[in-house]
Design a binder for this molecule. Structure first.
Ligand SMILES: [Zn+2]
Length: 98
């Protein structure tokens, strides 16, 4: 399942609220109003914190990951603590039953 940006046609994840290519808001029936902050099962790299934050706020997950990695290096552990807090505090995404 996927959404397509109405402006540029980029394929987007079902729960995208903004196009990752052109930034246009995704106006569609598939949008999840007030999407909760969750750690998605699909697309995660480590614990799903980065992609969860990216999806919840409509950010580009690649940018979130870059900032996380840079932050890990330069923040003397603050980002690591935040990441662990997210890992523990953000609920795992509940997959819809088939
Ligand atoms: Zn677009």
């Amino acid at each position: 399942m996927a959404l397509f940006c109405q402006r540029c046609g980029t394929e987007l994840p079902m729960n995208a609220r903004f196009c990752s290519n052109c930034g246009a808001p995704v106006a569609g029936t598939m949008a999840i109003p007030g999407r909760r902050l969750v750690r998605p099962i699909v697309g995660r790299q480590i614990a799903g914190v980065c992609i969860g934050v990216a999806q919840a706020y409509g950010w580009d997950v690649a940018l979130v990951r870059i900032f996380t990695v840079v932050g890990l290096i330069f923040s003397c552990g603050l980002v690591a603590v935040a990441y662990m807090a997210g890992w523990l505090g953000i609920p795992e995404e509940q997959l819809p039953l088939p």
